[in-house]
Design a protein around this ligand. Structure first.
Ligand code: SF4
Length: 489
């Protein structure tokens, strides 16, 4: 926050846009974020630490020119059609009221929350109060809605807690602090969320590392010698807040936790089975119930994360007829079915690759509802804006190229193969203990089948997951194919 203000003041220009790092990036915390506009985070994979390693505190830019539109009339028409869809979609109603945390109660009903480092997944809200997971309980602090230019959704909710202001509260924020480390008060969750932004750290990773440490402490795997005398307990706001400071400064036990749970468990040689990560990135998503969601999270090239291929259809209680018409997958809305889920993950992986490269918000795409913007809509917008004809099929090819370049990067730089496309063992071995989906877990054989189907859709080798030369050449990625050398089939 201070960094952005100082830069704008120095140049006497409030329209300057700033991307900067906080103390976590300066101290090379492995999951330090790059922060923009104070509360928007490029949180994953430690990009903030990359800036920190180069002694780069901030990048400030100021735009002056207009954007030229190739066909203004056609673009205006496409925009109006897009806005019509966004305004009328029933799937965005809760988002308009509560913002991204609107899914919390649905997730609880699906036994899909990661309480105490994913050990428990459901709270019976009729029996126990647990205010911090309920978006309604945040409403008494609601101040106003915020959104980007012209957005009719305005999903960013600003809260005022006695002059302490909180914004950009995500489902991740609540899930991480209310569930993974067990903080029960909405006010405390908001404080931890804003603290994370100020320190410049990825919420999923910092909460994942702390949840791992608390579980290990509870099980006697680590003790006060390692924590510097701290007693680690679920939901202890003061200690959790202190731990976050220590992590950002890489001080005491914070030095260990600043690596993330996977590496921390390797360093001490203990507690590996409680490190809930995929490809080294700490998870926020619970993966036992929704099978397509689980596949989408796990195959994500950045290592965990639901903004690659994870289908939201499983939250929607979708009519099978609508699902069949839209995706050819009648079971799209059935969370526990494995049927057709690889197809859905492939569909959304391509959509997200295109949407992200266009710089458009994911929430107005058909990720959030079958009636929202799809690749057909984006092709019209892009064609009229650029003057270059893009069909839906062109965009599918572009999406495939993006995913294949990312996959090749991982092969070359991280050596990831099929073995890295599996979730932590806890999701297979420990069944859901309570709630409507009690007894549910992932099935290893079904997972293998789903993964095979997903690789087939990409035409990747099923045994290794490696890419095939023919496919890369068909996508026009000849240079990528050459770079992969032996790591290709
Ligand atoms: S552009 Fe997207 S993230 Fe921003 S306010 Fe609108 S819906 Fe929310």
């Amino acid at each position: 926050n201070d960094t952005e203000e100082i830069i704008r003041k120095d140049f006497s220009d409030k329209d300057i846009q700033v991307a900067s790092i906080g103390p976590a990036g300066e101290n090379l915390v492995r999951y330090a974020s790059i922060m923009a506009n104070k509360t928007r985070a490029a949180g994953k994979c430690g990009t903030g630490a990359v800036m920190g390693s180069k002694n780069l505190k901030a990048i400030a830019v100021r735009g002056h020119d207009n954007i030229e539109i190739a066909d203004p009339d056609a673009f205006q028409k496409s925009c109006e059609e897009a806005f019509e869809k966004i305004r009328n979609s029933p799937y965005l109603e809760k988002m308009k009221k509560f913002g991204p945390p609107s899914t919390m109660i649905t997730k609880n009903d699906l036994s899909s929350l990661p309480f105490k480092n994913f050990q428990e997944c459901y709270i019976d809200l009729g029996e126990k109060s647990y205010d911090s997971i309920d978006p309604e309980k945040y409403q008494k602090y609601f101040l106003r809605s915020k959104g980007y230019f012209n957005c009719p959704v305005k999903c960013n909710k600003v809260y005022n807690v006695n002059k302490f202001y909180c914004e950009s509260l995500e489902a991740n924020s609540i899930t991480n602090f209310a569930c993974k480390v067990g903080v029960k008060s909405p006010k405390e969750v908001m404080r931890l969320h804003m603290k994370c932004d100020d320190l410049g750290m990825d919420e999923d990773s910092v909460a994942g590392s702390m949840a791992w440490a608390i579980e290990c402490f509870e099980r006697g795997i680590i003790n006060k010698d390692l924590t510097g005398g701290l007693q680690l307990e679920w939901g202890d706001f003061e200690t959790i807040s202190l731990l976050m400071d220590k992590i950002a400064k890489r001080e005491g036990i914070g030095k260990l936790l600043a690596y993330g749970s996977k590496k921390a468990s390797e360093i001490i040689g203990k507690g590996k089975k409680y490190a809930m990560h995929v490809k080294g990135q700490d998870l926020y998503e619970h993966l036992r119930t929704m099978k397509g969601w689980a596949l989408g999270v796990v195959i994500s090239t950045r290592g965990g994360g639901h903004t690659s291929g994870a289908p939201m259809t499983e939250f929607m209680n979708l009519n099978p007829k609508i699902a069949q018409e839209k995706w050819g997958v009648p079971s799209a809305g059935d969370p526990t079915s494995y049927e057709g889920k690889a197809d859905l993950v492939f569909y959304y992986e391509i959509l997200h690759a295109v949407v992200n490269s266009l710089g458009v918000c994911l929430f107005i795409s058909d990720w959030l509802g079958p009636d929202l913007l799809d690749l057909e809509d984006f092709s019209k917008l892009l064609t009229s804006a650029s003057g270059i004809t893009f069909t839906k099929n062109n965009l599918v090819t572009i999406g495939e190229r993006i995913v294949n370049v990312e996959k090749a990067f991982n092969t070359l730089h991280a050596g990831f193969t099929r073995k890295d496309d599996y979730p932590p063992g806890r999701f297979f071995n420990e069944k859901i203990k309570s709630g409507p989906l009690k007894g549910e877990a992932l099935d290893k054989k079904m997972w293998d089948n789903m993964l095979d189907q997903y690789y087939d859709l990409h035409d990747w080798d099923k045994t290794t997951s490696l890419q095939k030369k023919d496919k890369l050449e068909k996508l026009g990625l000849i240079e990528v194919s050459k770079k992969l050398k032996k790591n290709i089939c």
